[in-house]
Write a protein that binds this ligand. Sequence first.
Ligand SMILES: Cc1ncc(C[n+]2csc(CCOP(=O)(O)OP(=O)(O)O)c2C)c(N)n1
Length: 557
Amino acid sequence: MLSGNEAVALGAWEAAVAVGCGYPGTPSTEILEALATQPEVYTEWSVNEKVALEVGVGASLAGGRALVTMKHVGVNVAADPLFTASYLGVRAGLVIITADDPDMHSSQNEQDNRHYAIAAKVPMLEPSDSQEAREFTKLAFELSETYDTPVFLRMTTRLSHSKSLIEAFPGGEPVRGTAPIAPGFVSDPGKYVMIPGNARRRRVAVEERMNRLIADAAAHPSNRVEWPTGEPDDGAKAPLGVITSGIPYTYVREAAPDVPVLKIGLVNPLSPQLIADFAAKVETLYVVEELDPVIENQLKAWGIDCIGKDAFPAIGEFTPAIVAAGLGLGEPSVGIEPALSVPPRRPGLCQGCPHDHVFLELRRKGMLISGDIGCYSLGVLPPYNAMDTLLDMGASITMAQGMDIVAPAEQRGKIAAVIGDSTFAHSGITGLLNAVWNRRDGLYIVLDNGTTAMTGMQPNPMSGERMGREDSVSVDYELLAKAFGIPEKNVGMVDAYDTAGISAAIDTLAERSGVRLLVVLGLCLIEGQKLKRINKLDGKLASRKELIFLNKVEGAK
Ligand SMILES: Cc1ncc(C[n+]2csc(CCOP(=O)(O)OP(=O)(O)O)c2C)c(N)n1
């Protein structure tokens, strides 16, 4: 039994992947964490998703298979390199995981990243269970090399996080394949240097590649037609048929085990031939797809009659019951009763969380708080009620600038941005630079808890470690501020548990003008406990990371 995410890591390892990189984000995070346990593969948490994709493209061009992982909104961050990486193509296979989150279990929005595959003209595979996640990852590398293109593998929360059976290893042990491409960069500026003259030629190559893929899609091993009760004789039609893909396929099978199904694994491009052949053999054709009507719209554009979003919701996750109801069937006969009913629990900051006092203090002062994404987003909830906006990673500092430009004078002095350390490194630093460059006024507060807590304690460039290693830098906020030209008197470093110190620092900095940077330092309590456990310190402080952090806090005193 493996989770979908573990199965992707296994498939990538079996496919002799050389590089795995990404930025954490639920539900994608465990893929790289699983891959990082394998010493043959270079793995890193990159600073953000754009950086990760560019590292992956570079590795691919130098001849190493690369796996790049991110959650759905991460693809928004990586969209710039994505669209042109499609023109460059690959040398060794390049596979990008987009882990979508229908129902927004842990996300700020719900977006269907199949649109990215279509828009960037990149093929996309979508598995339905862990074994397929493993197999499709290998197929994705092959597809990438055969058609000279990056390839998307789309996961969703339910698939990433639930466990299902994988096939046993031949011989009892996992076998790592051999990389089909020898390492080495082969210069080819016409293909790899996207000035307009070259891009125009590559634009045509991309279209030709898509046409070849469309022609070959019918026979792709990820697509299959299932006739559980046998295919009807010539000319006869089955009363009902379903086209589906991904996790909804498993619900269709549960709700309607006897219904003929065209299960699509290659969701971009679709095969018109395969779909038309199947549609011709059924009376009523349903398209069962979570989120947007991507397959349905394509069928309708081809003039193929089908029922999709008229019967199934376009918002949120499906369940077997939703699928059964949409198909006009009763409740599925096989159901799983929850083993115990768990009372709902409100999310909230942990007891003793180092982010606590800043929120209390900002609210007490009646500040308008431009928020960001991380554990500290929970500051919006009671008892703090201390966040007024949250848009996307890095937006706290920049949105505060926009507010400050137009807000009336009495509000302008009361705007503060709060941002976590990982988010600051991901996309906050450019916003800070923008503020300095454009001579804005603003109080920007970094809540540094020594880790990327929200997604499960990954290292980041401010924390002194990198993936799997404690040998890295911890960026010095004061030097960074100095390099940006922020006056020393406008920079504060304060211990998160020094409540009087925090209050005084906010009071002082709120009165000043220009860009002001306050860093509040307090190691995440869960991270602190984890470090002690890992280092078997029985409560004593000694891990390098803790020392780095304590030095920072000491310096702040
Ligand atoms: C573009 C994007 N990538 C990834 C995520 C997932 N994510 C949410 S918060 C977060 C980082 C939080 O770390 P930090 O800023 O250090 O705050 P903490 O949780 O430690 O308080 C990440 C990676 C996201 N929401 N958006």
